[in-house]
Design a protein around this ligand. Structure first.
Ligand code: ATP
Ligand code: MG
Length: 465
């Protein structure tokens, strides 16, 4: 089968940039992922044009340009309401540290530019003027054979830039391709090169990997090649200890299955991948021979915080992820609406729905088949709580501190706050109580000491399981 690229599928702004370049005597090629995806019949997520025009020449041809990677020859052209990346042909030299080339040199021929690219299927260029394909590395054959193969010597290419090892896995998983054998072997021998990458590049690539549909295969390849243990050494331990779950020899099997059972949100899947790591330090054998992992959710959350910090996740991402892990054992059939309201207040609805997704993935990965009625029920209840606006913050109570002081004839002080927070508890327990009359009545009762002391709040420890 000869693959063809249908020019009609190229967005008008991209075509326009090609026409302008050509009309000034410059070469213009569509390159990289856009050519690969179009040849496969997929919609590309971005379009890159390569040209022999120098960046300043590109900038002079179009009224609106942004020099995105000026040092590397990239110019972002804004045209007809779209953005197109235009990059000057270049050769790269002297990868000193397995991260970035220390020097780039502009080139005049597309072949030079294709030679610096990572994989053959990413090194096909489409001449926008003639409609011909430039394919000096056999990328079309590899597209037919569904293979990810390094351009040139794979060991060398991975030593130049270790990020390519992770890109190989992502691409193979995303396209359902295999990694060609020599390229795979180089992946295994060069895996430790990722230690030299910046945490940000590893994080970004890892999160892209966690987004692919077949994340189970992606994580399997990371594991088999050793890459997984280079970027997350904590998982090495998980591959040593037994999981005690059917069909899953080690804890790592369970972690990978849980990640794969989560919806395609990279942060949630990352939480799935780490969620039971706390089992390693908390594992104990009871007198009756049973294995227990008391407190593993909290220990796991702590580890996840450390890992998230190392990978430079944002504070918010770290807290959401650690929160899911810390609570993943707390969603059981007896969970109260009050606890759900309290959690929704502390986080938000999306966080809480995602927690249910994580628990479902965990149950599936533990051998549960099909639907899990109590989790479906919890999920519905969360939706209802949200719809009815029942996760009220204390400032949205029907009365405020002034009302409390007036009603009880007391002045400002900690007592007012205590009563308000107790009223808040009562409303989280039963939202129907959020009326002026009901709250004033309760405040009166507590204020005159006709009731238990504020402080012994029922359900307070529900979060601590
Ligand atoms: P995606 O669909 O994720 O955008 P892509 O292949 O287009 O995949 P980009 O990061 O957009 O990936 O890169 C565009 C092109 O640049 C690639 O197809 C490849 O030719 C080249 N490239 C990107 N990163 C590297 C790298 N680390 N080493 C060599 N070539 C690279
Ligand atoms: Mg791309």
């Amino acid at each position: 089968m000869t693959r063809r690229l249908d020019p009609q599928k190229i967005p008008p702004p991209v075509r326009k940039v090609g026409e302008v370049l050509a009309s000034h005597g410059f070469q213009a090629y569509l390159v990289g992922g856009s050519v690969r995806d179009m040849l496969l019949g997929d919609a590309p997520n971005d379009f890159d044009i390569a040209t022999d025009a120098r960046p300043w020449e590109v900038a002079a041809l179009f009224p609106h340009t942004i020099p995105v990677g000026a040092a590397f020859g990239s110019v972002l052209v804004e045209i007809e309401g779209g953005f197109v990346d235009v990059t000057t042909f270049r050769k790269e030299h002297d990868y000193v540290d397995g991260r970035r080339p220390s020097r780039v040199e502009y080139a005049d021929a597309i072949e030079d530019d294709l030679a610096r690219r990572d994989f053959t299927v990413n090194a096909i260029a489409w001449d926008m003027a003639s409609g011909r394909l430039a394919d000096p590395h056999g990328g079309l054959d590899d597209l037919e054979a569904c293979l990810i193969r390094a351009v040139g010597d794979p060991v060398e290419r991975f030593r130049e830039d270790a990020l390519r090892t992770l890109r190989a896995v992502r691409l193979a998983a995303r396209l359902s391709f295999d990694i060609e054998l020599d390229t795979w072997r180089a992946l295994e021998t060069e895996a430790q090169g990722v230690r030299r990458l910046s945490a940000e590049r590893v994080r970004d690539e890892l999160f892209k990997i966690l987004e692919v549909d077949d994340v189970q295969r992606a994580l399997g390849m990371l594991r088999e090649s050793g890459l997984l243990f280079e970027i997350l050494p904590e998982l090495k331990e998980a591959d040593r200890v037994a999981s005690f779950k059917p069909g899953q020899p080690t804890l790592l099997d369970h972690l990978i299955l849980t990640a794969a059972g989560c919806p395609p949100d990279p942060l949630l899947r990352f939480a799935g991948l780490l969620h039971d790591l706390g089992k390693i330090s908390t594992r104990a054998i009871r007198a009756d021979g049973r294995v227990t992992y008391h407190g593993h959710a909290r220990a796991g959350a702590e580890l996840a915080r450390r890992i998230g910090t190392r990978l430079r996740l944002s504070k918010r991402e770290i807290e959401r992820m650690a929160g899911w892990i810390e609570r993943h054992m707390s969603v059981d059939p007896s969970i109260s609406a009050k606890t759900l309201r309290r959690w929704m207040l502390a986080w938000d609805k999306e966080w809480l729905i995602d927690l249910v997704h994580l628990c479902r993935a965990d149950a599936w990965a533990s051998g549960w088949q099909g639907e899990i009625p109590y989790l479906d029920r919890v999920q519905q209840e969360v939706e209802e709580i949200h719809r009815r606006g029942e996760a009220l913050p204390v400032r949205r109570l029907a009365i405020d501190g002034h009302d409390v002081m007036r009603e009880l004839g007391i002045g400002p002080g900690p007592r007012v706050g205590e009563i308000l927070s107790r009223l808040h508890e009562a409303v989280l327990e039963d939202p129907a109580k959020n009326t002026r009359e009901a709250l004033l009545q309760m405040a009166r009762a507590w204020g005159t000491g006709k009731d238990a002391e504020p402080g012994d709040r029922e359900g307070e420890n529900a979060d601590e399981r």
